[in-house]
Ligand binder design. Structure first.
Ligand SMILES: Nc1ncnc2c1ncn2[C@@H]1O[C@H](COP(=O)(O)OP(=O)(O)OP(=O)(O)O)[C@@H](O)[C@H]1O
Ligand SMILES: [Mg+2]
Length: 225
């Protein structure tokens, strides 16, 4: 599903954020991407989403090399990849429903289809009763569940989450990770960058460790070391 070959990122100031990174992520796998602050986790996720370009190397998604994708095809690529961030990025003046429906409107789904898809995803994340709330009327965990709903409402085969529990308390973080695990079980490849040692050790998934821009460990059922 995702193949990363000899990926390097050297920033304009000469800083090497990724050094010859090689990684294969199978269809419907769940991966934790861990490592100290500055290791390159966000940099790597940004390249998969084509927020940023590598200096050299290649990322293949379903055997399609991302460097061959033209700017005008990027929206198409992004429809296949849902993203979730630590800091939510919900539209403050739109309701929960509108926040989730927005992506589908852009893709020209019919009103009836939007209604159906948004209801289904709100049910999945357990927030059906909050659809007319505004983001500032939600708790942090609820906001994150809405972001996850928004990221997966069009059923992308890949979901990337960058520190999705970074600003949440331990119980809420646990709920969010279990929700991501549930989404993975519905045939979605999931990559989660996280610092949350307790959750990584608890959920027993594949753990890929980055350090100073290099993969130093890749364990099928791993711990945060
Ligand atoms: N535009 C830039 N110019 C120079 N260096 C950069 C730039 N963007 C990021 N870096 C550096 O690249 C390194 C990797 O950053 P990245 O955000 O990928 O780390 P991270 O593993 O996500 O860390 P964290 O756990 O704190 O989120 C950092 O040392 C950062 O300072
Ligand atoms: Mg980061």
């Amino acid at each position: 599903m995702i193949k990363i070959k000899n990926l390097e990122k050297i920033h304009k100031n000469g800083f090497k954020a990724l050094k010859k990174v090689n990684l294969h992520v199978g269809k419907n796998e769940f991966i934790y991407l861990v490592g100290p602050s500055g290791a390159g986790k966000t940099t790597l996720l940004n390249m998969i989403f084509k927020f940023d370009r590598p200096t050299s190397g290649e990322i293949y998604i379903d055997n399609c090399p991302l460097t061959s994708i033209h700017d005008r095809q990027i929206p198409h690529l992004r429809r296949n990849i849902g993203v979730v961030f630590q800091d939510f990025k919900l539209l403050p003046k739109r309701t929960v429903y509108e926040n989730i429906a927005f992506a589908l409107k852009v893709m020209h789904y019919s009103r009836a289809n939007i209604r159906r898809k948004v209801s289904q995803v709100l049910d999945l994340v357990g927030l059906t009763q909050k659809e007319s709330y505004f983001p500032n009327q939600l708790s942090g965990g609820e906001k994150q569940r809405i972001c996850i709903a928004r990221a997966i409402v069009n059923d992308p085969p890949i979901l990337l989450a960058d520190e999705p529990t970074g600003s949440l308390d331990p119980d809420t973080s646990w709920e969010i990770m279990h929700l991501l695990s549930k989404i993975n079980a519905r045939n979605t490849t999931v990559i989660v960058a996280t610092h949350n040692k307790g959750l990584v050790d608890d959920l027993r998934k594949r753990v890929v460790t980055l350090e100073s821009g290099k993969i130093i460990r890749d364990q099928q059922i791993g711990f945060y070391q």
